[in-house]
Design a protein around this ligand. Structure first.
Ligand code: SAM
Ligand code: SF4
Length: 428
């Protein structure tokens, strides 16, 4: 029996696409291997959003070169954001790679597999399938819009994933119904810019319309979506989060910086005050909302004063989660062309740590308010002898119990809290 191993790095979209690739390979009779060395075919699903991710990808490609020299029949496939129209150059640099295909370009994968004589299924819907044998979790990731039209000055994604292309409402509803029949209880709708969903479709359905449609899918329990761009979030969407029971009270809403000059240089399309008003509106309409954000520190021209504005925005907003990244110049982007990467690495690191420390205190305080409360947890699996799952507000919860809770909704009495997770007991 032939075996495959998929190595994935980067965002949720990559994770979703790896599940789809696993589905295709499964249809060709391949089984999952536990490591590179046990596989006949490996797929590298890559990320180049920051240099550190790209370095890991290059390191893994080098490792595979060695492995292929020992096992010449090993087939190596590379996809993800490393690959775009630069395939000729990549082929020259990495002659040991058998196939390079752009993110989501499954026709290319299928054509190659057919050439190899693999009996791969062709009629799978382009975006289909989360293989439940590989991921027995009750949660599925569903890409609903590919690409990004925004061209934030620091970001490589639009150059690698192309323009925004939405899937039709009907196709998504059909996929979700099929997954629910297989036991899925929660779906997370994915897009680099998920709240601009539908603008390219006939009749311009919005994300809110899709959420309403999905809310009527029987036995689907929870719906999430990410990542939102603040400039595309409208009142209709906020009202839908407020009114549709299945839509969880959790939003990923990256702000990126707390200074207007930096936001302008980043080409984000909003000022701090607009972001503040948006958050106020969301909190007024959905008081129990949990908010996550992304912040970049050390963007070119970020003086101490400008950085302090990001720090005080974090203090003021009291987000549930903050993902901080040090600015990494990406060749080909506007920021890389127009601005000098003038903040030293140590300074970036110091600023990153400062935000993380502040956020750990804030998250610790927010989470401690849950102590003694009961939370509904959808159980996703086991780790270290404990069950784990998430609350509607996306907080990770661990608990011990002898029963089989996989895929169940558990009422958990919260007994322990930390900035990163909660612990408790089943309320019977
Ligand atoms: N589309 C989302 C948005 O509008 O924020 C996020 C997608 S982006 C691929 C994921 C995160 O990576 C961004 O929120 C940003 O914080 C970070 N990021 C992107 N480019 C970066 C860069 N050049 N340096 C550091 N962080 C970067
Ligand atoms: Fe990158 Fe900006 Fe698009 Fe997000 S919205 S993927 S940060 S260009």
């Amino acid at each position: 029996m032939a075996r495959y191993f998929i190595w994935t790095i980067g965002c949720q979209m990559n994770k979703a696409e790896s599940q789809q690739i696993a589905g295709y390979l499964g249809s060709a009779g391949y089984q999952a291997a536990t490591s590179f060395s046990h596989a006949d075919l490996v797929v590298l699903n890559t990320c180049v959003v920051r240099q550190s991710a790209e370095d890991k990808v290059l390191g893994t490609l080098a490792l595979l070169k060695g492995l292929k020299s020992e096992h010449p029949n090993l087939q190596i496939l590379v996809t993800g954001c490393l690959v775009n129209s630069n395939t000729q150059e990549l082929r020259r640099r990495f002659p040991h790679v058998d196939l390079l295909f752009k993110p989501g370009d499954y026709p290319e994968l299928i054509a190659w597999a057919q050439q190899q004589g693999m009996p791969i299924e062709q009629r799978l819907p382009r975006y289909a399938r989360n293989d439940r044998r590989l991921a027995p979790s009750p949660c599925a990731l569903i890409p609903i819009i590919q690409g990004c039209d925004n061209f934030c000055s620091y970001c490589i994604v639009p150059y690698r994933r192309g323009k925004e292309v939405s899937r039709s409402v009907g196709e998504i509803v059909c996929e979700v119904e099929q997954l629910v029949r297989q036991g899925i209880k929660e779906v997370t709708l994915l897009g680099q810019n998920v709240d601009s969903y539908g603008h390219d479709l006939p009749g311009h359905p919005e994300l809110a319309d899709l959420l309403n449609e999905l809310s009527s899918v029987d036995n689907l329990v929870r719906i999430r979506f990410l990542t939102n761009h603040p400039k595309d979030m409208n009142l209709k969407l906020i009202n839908t989060v407020a009114s549709q029971n299945k839509v969880c009270e959790h939003l990923e809403l990256p702000v990126q910086a707390g200074d207007d000059d930096i936001l302008r240089a980043m080409r984000r399309g909003y000022a701090v005050e607009q972001y503040r008003e948006l958050v106020n509106t969301i909190r007024r309409k959905v008081p129990q909302i949990s908010l996550s954000t992304d912040i970049i520190v050390g963007f070119p021209g970020e003086t101490e004063e400008k950085f302090e504005r990001s720090l005080s925005l974090v203090q003021e907003m009291r987000f549930d989660v903050v993902h901080v990244a040090a600015y990494s110049p990406r060749p080909g982007t506007i920021a890389c062309r127009e601005y000098q990467d003038d903040i030293p690495a140590e300074m970036k690191k110091k600023r990153l740590n400062k935000i993380e420390e502040l956020q750990a205190t804030i998250a610790g305080e927010i989470n401690s308010q849950l102590q003694g409360r009961q939370e509904e947890v959808l159980v996703e699996g086991r780790k270290g002898g404990k069950w784990f799952g998430r609350t509607r507000s996306n907080k990770l919860v661990f608990f011990e119990d002898a029963g089989n809770w996989l895929g169940q909704l558990a009422r958990i009495h919260i007994e322990k809290t930390s900035p990163w997770s909660l612990g408790g007991e089943v309320k019977k």
